[in-house]
Design a protein around this ligand. Sequence first.
Ligand SMILES: Nc1ncnc2c1ncn2[C@@H]1O[C@H](COP(=O)(O)OP(=O)(O)OP(=O)(O)O)[C@@H](O)[C@H]1O
Ligand SMILES: [Mg+2]
Length: 506
Amino acid sequence: MAYTFGMPVGLRSANVRLLERDRELARIEQAVAALERGHGSVLIVEGAAGIGKSALLRALCMQAAERNARTFTARASELERNFGFGIIRQLLERRIVGAGESERTELLAGAAGLAGSVLGLDGEIRDSFAALHGLYWLVANLATGGPMVLAVDDLQWADEPSLRWLIYLSHRLEGLPVLVAVTTHPPHFGHSPLLAELLAVGGVQVVSPGPLSEPSVAQLVCAGLGIAPDPAFVSACAKASEGNPFVLHELIADLAADGINPTAAYADQVAERVPAQVQRAVLARLRRLDQTAIRLAHAVAVLGEGSALRVAAALAELNVDVAAAAADVLRTAELLAEDRTLRFAYPLVRSAIYEQLAPGSRVRAHGRAARLLFREGADSERVAAQVLSCEPGGDLDAAEVLRSAAAAAMARGAPETAVTYLRRALAESPTDQLRAAVLAELGNAERIARDPAAIVHLEQAWQATIDPVARARLADQLASVLLPISSVAWQCKRPRWRTSATGILT
Ligand SMILES: Nc1ncnc2c1ncn2[C@@H]1O[C@H](COP(=O)(O)OP(=O)(O)OP(=O)(O)O)[C@@H](O)[C@H]1O
Ligand SMILES: [Mg+2]
C-alpha cells in the first residue's frame, strides 16, 4: 500500500507516496485510534538519517488531525541543543501565550502555574522538578479539551530538560488522551543518555522503518527520470543508496540534472556518483547556484534553523532583497524548505553544507553571528548558542550574554543548561570581579542541578568575593551542599552502639 499525504503541520510539508511502510502505518493507525478512545501512548520512529522518519511523523499528524486531535509540533536542531526547554517551548509556547487571558488562566490553573516561567510567562521556578510537574499539569489541562498529539522531529538533538520532561510525561500517560510521537536517530555516544532512557520506558512503541527494496527503487527512479529503468540501473541505484529514501531522492535528482538515461550502460556511473553520498549531491546542487545563494546557504548553516532573513542577509553580507531572491533560488533547488523562515529541507543538507566550511571560517562566522544577533537584541540563548560554537577569546560581551542566557535558563528551571553557559562564561576569562560573579552563579546552578562541582566553584567564589553579604550567601549555599555529605560521612564513621552487660549504651 502507498500512503499519500500533504498537510503542513509545522513539520516539513510534502506530497509523497510512502512505499513499503504498511507495517509502520498500521502501528501509527493503532496508536491514533487508541488516542481517539482516550488512551495516550508514546510512539518513537527510530532510524538512520533519511530513512523516512519525518515522513511517518507527518502521516501520523495527518491521521490524528483527521480524527480531530490537536497536534503540537516541534523540531530539534543541532545548534539549539543547549537551549533548555527549547523543544517544550516550541510545542506549547505559541498555544499558551496566544490564548486569551481567561483561557490562559484556566490552562495555568493549579500546579500548571509552575510551568509559566518555562514558557516565558510570569512565575518563579523553585527547581527542575517543579518545572517538570508544572508542565505535566499544563498538558493535563490542555488535554481536557480533547485528544492531542505532541510531535517532536529529530529528538536526538533535543535539549536535556525537554528530554527529561518527555520521560517524566511518558511515565504518566495513563488516563491522558495524549500521544507523544517523536522521531530520532538511533542513540549513539554523541547523544544524551536520556534518549536511550526514553526508548526504554515501559510501554513505549518503537517503529523502525527499513530501507526500500528494488521494486520501490525502480518505482522512484521511473517517477524521477520519466523512463522505465533497466534492472541493472535499478540495482545500481539500490546499492548506491542502500535503499535510503533521502539518498535515493538526492541521487535521482542528480541523475536527472545531468540528463542520465536509466539504461544498463549508465549503471556503472551510478555507483561512481555516490561514494560521497548525499554530501556530494547537496554540494553539487549548491555549486550550480549563483554566489548569492551559496553565501546565503552558508549563513543559514551557521545560524541554524529558522533564522530571520534580515540576520542571515547581514551575515552573508547581502542586501535583504538580494537575500530574499537567493532564498527563493535555494527553495527551488529544494535545499531550503518551503517555509517563511529560513530552514533547510533536511538536516542532512545543513550538515553537508556546514561540514564543508573550513573550520577556521566556520568559527569566525559563528563569532560574527553572535555579535549580529547580540546587536539585533536576539534572545540571549540564541546568541549563546553561537558563542558556544566559537573559541573562547576573553570576550566580555560574550561572557555577559552567557550570563543572561544562564539566568533565563535558571528562571525556566533548567539549571543544567545554565551550567553549560556559565562554564563557558568562565572560560572567557573575564575580569576578576566578573570572574567572582560567574563563579558564584555557576556554583549555585551546579548546586541546584546537584552537580558535585558546585563545592569547588562555590568555594572559589567565596574566596574571590569581598562583599560580606555576598560571602554570607555563598557560605550558606556551600553549607547546603556540604551538610548532607558530611552527615552521610558521619553516619558511615559512627561506631555501632553496643549494650554492655549492665544495659548501658557504649
Ligand atoms: N517510504 C517512502 N517512500 C518514498 N519516499 C519516501 C519514503 N520515506 C521517505 N521518503 C522521502 O525521502 C526523503 C527523506 O525522508 P524523511 O525526511 O522523512 O527522512 P528522515 O528519516 O526524517 O531524515 P532525517 O534523518 O534527515 O531527518 C523525503 O523526500 C521523503 O519524502
Ligand atoms: Mg527527518
